[in-house]
Design a protein around this ligand. Structure first.
Ligand SMILES: C[S@@+](CC[C@H](N)C(=O)[O-])C[C@H]1O[C@@H](n2cnc3c(N)ncnc32)[C@H](O)[C@@H]1O
Length: 213
């Protein structure tokens, strides 16, 4: 049975929870066209497919990555946490075929305490939306990761178009390269890529690193 741990903290008044009350309805229809690099991140993960690992995706949204992770790692135990009930409702339907392997938790990471030490933590287009608090979230994720475990991040990087930066700020997204200033300092880098979207309208990045001993 899929282990959905139903509301363990109250997130209804969180600004992102309110934002996704509507956005969840159009999320899967629209995000394929601008949240680039998600499949590539999972393809690039340096952990062998046959390993029995525990994986946490923080801000799992509607579950696209959870399913890709379950396909790549058939022996993995996968947990997704998200603060938006509306996003999780869509996610729970999608992960039904993976009952027992993928579980979801409703809550804001940082307020929810995890006993488990994970082998892999994924942040996919989550950290640029955590303003303020993205740096604290990285530190909290790091403390939840096993030593030698993998931190994998894909997200917006920056834009030279100030109107676009302003537009994205209206969608809670910060796009000024701040994450790549910090991630390589906190983790031993395995992979880093920065790529242009729509001929340079913005850039997105992928970072994979190991937790140092
Ligand atoms: C842009 S969506 C990305 C969803 C998914 N990772 C993907 O790649 O499609 C960002 C998600 O992060 C969630 N989120 C943001 N901050 C969070 C936090 N502190 N704890 C849990 N979820 C969070 C939001 O509710 C939202 O569903």
């Amino acid at each position: 049975m899929t282990r959905n741990i139903a509301p363990i903290n109250n997130t209804e008044n969180h600004p992102l929870s309110k934002y996704y009350q509507f956005q969840s309805r159009i999320y899967d229809m629209t995000r394929w066209s601008f949240l680039f690099g998600r499949r590539q991140l999972i393809r690039t993960l340096p952990i062998p497919k046959k390993k029995s690992i525990s994986i946490l995706e923080i801000g799992c949204g509607t579950g696209k990555n959870l399913i890709q992770l379950a396909k790549k790692y058939p022996h993995a135990e996968i947990t997704g946490i998200d603060l938006s009930e509306e996003m999780l409702q869509i996610c729970r339907k999608k992960i039904t075929p993976y009952q027992g392997r993928i579980s979801t938790i409703k809550g804001a990471f940082g307020e929810v305490t995890f006993r488990e030490n994970f082998d892999l933590i994924v942040f996919s287009y989550c950290l640029t939306m955590v303003n303020p608090g993205w740096d604290r979230l990285i530190d909290q994720a790091k403390s939840t990761l096993k030593t030698g475990g993998v931190m994998a991040v894909v997200d917006f990087h920056d834009t030279a178009v100030s109107g676009f930066e302003h537009h994205m700020a209206g969608h809670h997204v910060r796009m000024d390269g701040h994450l790549l200033n910090v991630l390589p300092k906190k983790f031993r880098q395995h992979e880093q890529q920065i790529a242009k979207a729509y001929f340079g309208a913005w850039r997105w990045f992928m970072f994979i690193g190991y937790k140092k001993p």
